[in-house]
Design a protein around this ligand. Structure first.
Ligand code: ADP
Ligand code: MG
Length: 503
């Protein structure tokens, strides 16, 4: 027992136990055989009525001494590991030691004292058994509890995991999900019960062929598979990892990550790149187109007085068209590298009036009546006039295009403390709720032939003026665009410097 206690737990492997046990039995048998065969020749240990001999006492003291060592060792072990097994062993050896001491004291083998020694020793054995046997059961129970705890923890982690974790196994010709959890589950409108133990076809029938093929590669070919996959409005990144046992795939662990945001970001970056290229192109084209336009316009104006009545009408038409081309090039130019910007105090109302006048031919052509309202004659604002003009032209253009059958466009200029409020209210087709969020994104257009840059440019210009825009719309009723423009632009000085530096 002492030697067993002294051997470190790790060294006492399972394989050593059987030889040790067999060895002890053999030893006991040898002693028994020895005693029965040579009993007469062995020294006397007990003299009935007189008690134990010194030899017997000496042997008992030696065993008691070993028991004492065992007590000390188990106590130390108990202090170290707090394992109940050592406490039981310690108590056991205490009883054994007591029994050994009793065995040096009795006078008769038939005395109560001798008998009580054996009872006490039996109690010692009981504690040894209890120590090993019951502690073993305790350990199992504790392990089970630990596993359950870990399992629970894992489940919580998985539930809170931003993506999704799942496991699949192959059953017959189908793949079944044996685990499916994660925060993404709710966002995908799937419940655990809906997927647990179900096949792909039962869970996401739309994507059955794609998923089946990927699952197959992971399972049959034992390959790690990654792929992107769209489900509802989500872009998902899926990783499948086969788990092997004895060279065979026993299950496939999968994880799903929501990469929708990354996708949107990628798209924006791509658009921005496009925008940069387009800006440079626009600058070149606008420059090239403007020069011949000036010539054209000049000559048209020159020959107009000499033309006959009917020709005059054509020349007017041509001049109108040339103006339109000029307007388009101007719109292009403003997307391109910024021109020299001059911020100074202007009258908002006057700028709008000019623009409305400028757009009159187009409005008439579309059968749109433009109504301009203002409560005061002057709305001072520190701005870059040409840029604001661009904004107003764009908004009027959008309004005209929204009313293909004609209608009314109301433009109202109001003054509040510190800022001007300009609203454009049309009676056009309106904008659906889900589209409104996308407005202002580069290249977002609902029109055939539209470029989807107008509103983006408007937003940029108004923001550069320290203001902001607001859109309200009802499909079939019309749209209201509001611009809030601070009278004094805190950024204007700064902005001017930046733009001047970049020119
Ligand atoms: P584009 O006019 O080239 O399409 P914009 O950025 O000017 O680009 O406008 C983007 C989209 O916003 C348009 O395609 C249109 O669907 C919508 N939109 C803008 N203004 C209006 C409006 N007043 N009424 C209805 N829809 C509008
Ligand atoms: Mg537009």
């Amino acid at each position: 027992m002492v030697s067993v206690l002294l051997i470190p737990a790790k060294v006492l492997s399972k394989d050593l136990r059987l030889p040790l046990f067999a060895g002890s039995i053999l030893l006991v048998l040898l002693v028994a055989v020895g005693v029965f065969s040579f009993g007469e020749k062995l020294p006397v240990l007990v003299i009935e009525g007189n008690g134990t001999t010194p030899l017997k006492n000496g042997m008992e003291y030696f065993v008691a001494f070993l028991n004492g060592i065992s007590i000390v060792v188990s106590f130390k072990n108990y202090r170290k590991s707090k394992d109940a097994i050592y406490l039981n062993i310690m108590v056991a050896f205490f009883f054994m030691l007591t029994a050994e001491l009793i065995f040096t004291q009795y006078l008769s083998l038939y005395s109560a004292l001798h008998f009580s020694g054996h009872v006490i020793r039996a109690i010692g054995y009981f504690y040894i058994l209890k120590g090993y046997y019951f502690s073993q059961i305790d350990a199992d129970k504790r392990n089970e509890m630990k596993i359950a705890e870990a399992r629970h923890e894992l489940k919580t982690i998985m539930k809170e995991q931003h993506g999704l974790i799942f496991k699949i196994i192959k059953q017959g010709n189908e793949y079944k999900h044996t685990l499916f959890d994660g925060e993404l589950l709710e966002r995908l409108h799937l419940s655990r019960e809906e997927v647990y133990g179900k096949t792909i076809q039962e869970v996401i029938p739309d994507s059955y062929p794609i998923l089946l093929e990927k699952y197959r590669i992971a399972w049959e070919e034992g390959e790690r598979v990654t792929f992107e996959f769209k489900h509802r409005e989500y872009s998902l990144y899926v990783l499948l990892k086969p788990v092997f046992q004895g060279g065979k795939v026993i299950e496939v662990i999968g994880s799903v990550t929501d990469i929708s945001k990354v996708k949107v970001l990628e798209e924006t970056v791509r658009n921005n790149e496009k925008l940069g290229i387009l800006g440079e192109l626009a600058a070149g084209i606008a420059h090239e187109v403007r020069n011949p336009l000036t010539t054209l316009k000049g000559f048209l104006q020159l020959i107009k007085p000499e033309a006959g009545e009917s020709n005059k009408m054509f020349i007017d038409l041509m001049l109108n068209e040339v103006n339109r081309i000029e307007m388009i090039t101007e719109e292009f130019m403003s997307i391109a590298r910024p021109q020299a910007l001059i911020f100074k105090e202007e009258n908002t109302y006057k700028i709008i009036e000019e623009v409305v006048h400028f757009m009159e031919p187009q409005s008439l052509l579309k059968g749109v009546q433009v109504h301009l309202y203002a409560s005061a004659p002057s709305y001072p604002v520190v701005c870059e006039k040409n840029q604001l003009k661009q904004v107003f032209i764009n908004l009027i253009k959008n309004a005209l295009e929204a009313m293909p059958g004609g209608g009314n466009l109301y433009i109202m200029v109001k003054s509040n403390i510190g800022y001007n409020e300009i609203s454009f209210v049309d009676e056009g087709i309106g904008i659906p709720e889900e589209v409104i969020q996308k407005l202002g994104q580069p290249f977002f257009t609902m029109k055939e032939g539209g470029h989807g840059l107008g509103l983006m440019m408007c937003n940029r210009i108004i923001e550069a003026h320290g203001g902001y825009t607001d859109i309200k719309s009802q499909v079939g009723m019309g749209t209201e665009f509001k611009i809030y423009l601070p009278m004094e632009n805190k950024h204007s000085e700064e902005q001017r410097n930046i733009h001047n530096a970049s020119i």
